[in-house]
Write a protein that binds this ligand. Structure first.
Ligand code: ATP
Ligand code: MG
Length: 393
């Protein structure tokens, strides 16, 4: 069966009272922009607390479903047959055709579930259910009715038109992006930070991202990899404004002036400081990192405390309690894994100490940072002024 429409199901946003229409409008807008990635022409309309995507030209079904499966806020995607309001004699034939075209093998149980919103329709919903059962059993004797646990729930909605659907493909869940402010993601080329961005974006948060680039210690391919990762995350989050900060001079200053075992943690603190400044300048309410407790020396709980001490914004670390494999599983699901494991050095691996501190003390680190006092303000200023900005999607 060639479907010309999808009925979009959404859950959490149904619970937001008066704000509901704002959420729905943002979801419609996000669906429209996701469908721009798909060949064909589509319209998105909101009706009776439902969203419909209508396909105006030939299109690829899998491609369209895939685009919808990247729009947070959608919990279910139902390919739906839409027919004009018509007498039961004709409608019953459409229902039979629908079941015939949708299911090659008819050995399953079903239940008809009619909703009669159009009170003018001459049959009550109960009668539609009973009659649907009768015509289907008559047409396909292999079918069985099960009103408690049917394999297939056949929905017939009588509205301005009549909507017939039975399959629900899963959506990504979450809340529509744009309903919950914006956050600045510290995006490296690794596995964790794209996953972290995806997870926060899933709660309706717009993303900007910052990458600390350290040429010539890091290559153009390392930078391109981050751009590619931002693009992959943007399939879920929508366009990402990516800031590329030239971090080499700051990193070299830290490397030359600070104790070797502290360079990573001090570097992390400067990243957070710069990210927070960019967050402030760009109307973000929080920072996001891919940190996970104990993963490396700079992510022991002691190191996290010292890194966090430079921030006044909330720092979201959605991977914090996850094992590496759990993070990998998500990165595979969201299609960032293959890009993340490309073997380009990142700036942290270039300047890494043999024995980094695992229990840094804030006073010690602050004392070491005073060794940068004569240069750091200028270097920070320059890093901010020379940052490249691009919109990625
Ligand atoms: P990831 O897999 O995200 O790269 P990681 O395991 O390599 O994480 P670290 O290198 O310790 O961990 O970095 C911890 C977090 O700091 C990263 O998840 C990321 O949010 C941020 N970060 C690290 N390096 C950079 C960078 N060059 N640019 C932007 N953010 C960075
Ligand atoms: Mg990394």
């Amino acid at each position: 069966m060639e479907f010309k429409s999808f009925l979009i199901k959404y859950a959490e946003i149904g619970t937001k009272g008066k704000n509901r229409y704002v959420f729905e409008d943002i979801l419609c807008k996000n669906i429209r922009s996701a469908m721009k990635r798909v060949d064909g022409r589509f319209t998105v309309r909101k009706e009776y607390g439902r969203i419909f995507v209508d396909c105006l030209e030939d299109y690829d079904f899998d491609e369209a479903v895939n685009a919808l499966q990247h729009v947070f806020g959608i919990v279910g995607i139902c390919p739906v047959l839409v027919v004009p309001t018509q007498p039961w004699e004709e409608l019953s034939k459409k229902i039979v055709e629908f079941v015939d075209a949708s299911y090659e093998d008819k050995h399953f149980t079903f239940k008809a579930n009619c909703r009669r919103v159009n009170k003018e329709y001459p049959m009550h919903s109960m009668d539609v259910n009973i009659e649907t059962g009768a015509v289907l059993l008559d047409a396909f004797p292999e079918l069985k009715v099960d009103v408690h646990k049917p394999d297939v729930m056949l929905h017939i909605e009588l509205r301005d038109n009549i909507y017939i659907y039975s399959a629900t493909l899963p959506g990504p869940g979450g809340l529509p992006v744009g309903t919950n402010g914006k956050a600045m993601l510290l995006l490296s080329g690794g596995i964790d930070s794209p996953v972290a961005g995806y997870m926060v974006s899933k709660r309706g948060v717009n993303l900007e991202a910052v990458y600390f680039d350290a040429p010539p210690h890091t290559s153009p391919q390392a930078k391109q990899k981050v751009v590619d990762l931002a693009r992959l995350v943007s399939k879920y989050s929508g366009a990402v404004k990516l800031h590329i900060v030239h971090f080499t001079d700051i990193q070299e200053a830290i490397y030359h002036k600070c104790p070797e075992d502290e360079i990573t943690i001090i570097m992390r603190r400067y990243m957070m400081r710069i990210a927070e400044i960019l967050a402030g300048e760009n109307d973000c309410q929080a920072l996001i990192t891919g940190e996970s407790i104990g993963q490396v020396a700079s992510q022991t709980i002691y190191s996290l405390q010292v890194t966090n001490a430079v921030c006044t914004y909330p720092v979201f670390r959605p991977c914090i309690g996850m094992d590496k494999q759990e993070i990998v599983d998500i990165s595979e699901k969201i299609n960032t894994y293959e890009t993340s494991i490309l073997p380009y050095e990142d700036c942290c691996t270039t300047f890494v100490a043999k024995h980094p501190v695992t229990k840094p003390k804030l006073e010690d680190i602050e004392a070491s940072e005073t060794l940068l006092a004569d240069v750091i303000d200028d270097l920070m200023k320059e890093a901010l002024e020379t940052a490249e900005v691009m919109s990625v999607w």
